[in-house]
Ligand binder design. Structure first.
Ligand SMILES: Nc1ncnc2c1ncn2[C@@H]1O[C@H](COP(=O)(O)OP(=O)(O)O)[C@@H](O)[C@H]1O
Ligand SMILES: O=c1ccn([C@@H]2O[C@H](COP(=O)(O)O)[C@@H](O)[C@H]2O)c(=O)[nH]1
Length: 255
């Protein structure tokens, strides 16, 4: 469960250019199918905002994965998960309340503890990640636009749109290398659960995106434009100097 405290920030680094005038973080949702490149796109955005090499306690941009909010499995579900038969792609698999509370606390400038997820053992790790007050939050996951309350909190919504064959081949390589899976189990889980759930729950949320990014992290033009746009939005001008609230976006486009 995410937890939060009203501790004062222990940091002294300067805020991102101009953000000292904007008290709330800029929340960006990044959705897309499995292995579409959501994490890679977020990493590139963070890099281009000049934050990649910065210590996590000093950072003004943070990436949070929705996967941190998978519910704990019951013993029966755990047995199914080990066989590749538990549906991790269904909205019910996520702790929606935990996600919403964490985002609200981050938006309120609190220090928040986010769980870390262990894909090998299908459970949360004992350790978590402390999120200090930041200027920009990139919240990525397959179903970040599925939950209305969550969706409406984002100031910018990106959908990473990568060809399904490419996604499957990347998922196979990644899950064998990093998530302790066998080819047989990956393909079984993909065809019976991941692909149908993508079509039912993830793909229909593409319509909520402000920007669709074809080819994911390879799309340097789209990423450059998004980074420029973020920097432009966050820079105070004579006309947008007023304080921004989540329900009072100064971004031109209505959601
Ligand atoms: N443009 C790319 N070219 C080659 N491999 C990529 C590319 N983008 C992502 N990958 C790889 O594909 C896998 C999934 O990418 P990732 O960014 O983690 O996707 P997601 O967060 O959507 O699951 C990772 O192993 C990553 O290194
Ligand atoms: O224990 C787990 C948790 C998740 N998954 C799969 O992960 C993807 C979501 O992560 P991406 O980084 O977006 O690919 C989802 O499709 C789940 O099926 C898992 O296999 N096991």
């Amino acid at each position: 469960m995410a937890s939060s405290r009203n501790e004062p920030s222990e940091r002294s680094s300067p805020r991102l250019n101009g953000l000292d005038r904007i008290p709330k973080p800029f929340l960006i949702g990044v959705a897309g199918g499995t292995a579409s490149g959501k994490s890679s796109v977020c990493a590139k955005i963070m890099d281009q905002l000049g934050q990649a090499g910065v210590d996590h306690r000093q950072r003004q941009v943070v990436i949070i994965s929705q996967d941190a909010f998978y519910k704990n499995l019951t013993p029966d579900q755990d047995i199914k998960a080990k066989r590749g038969e538990f549906n991790f792609d269904h909205p019910e698999a996520f702790d929606f309340d935990g996600m919403a509370q964490a985002l609200k606390d981050i938006a309120a400038g609190k220090i928040v503890e986010i769980p870390e997820y262990d894909y090998v053992n299908n459970c949360r790790k004992d350790s978590g990640m402390k999120i200090y007050p930041v200027d920009v939050v990139l919240f990525e996951g397959i179903l970040v636009f599925y939950f209305k309350e969550l969706r409406e909190m984002f100031h910018m919504k990106l959908f990473v749109d990568t060809d399904p064959d490419t996604r499957l081949s990347r998922r196979v390589l990644r899950d064998i290398k990093e998530r302790g899976r066998t080819l047989e189990k990956i393909l079984h889980q993909y065809t019976t659960l991941v692909k149908p759930a993508f079509e039912e729950f993830c793909l229909p949320t593409k319509k909520y995106a402000d920007v669709i990014i074809p080819r994911g992290a390879d799309n340097t033009v789209a990423i450059d434009l998004i980074v420029q746009h973020i920097q432009e939005l966050l820079r105070p001008t004579k006309t947008n100097k007023r304080t921004r609230h989540n329900s009072d976006s100064f971004v031109g486009r209505p959601h």
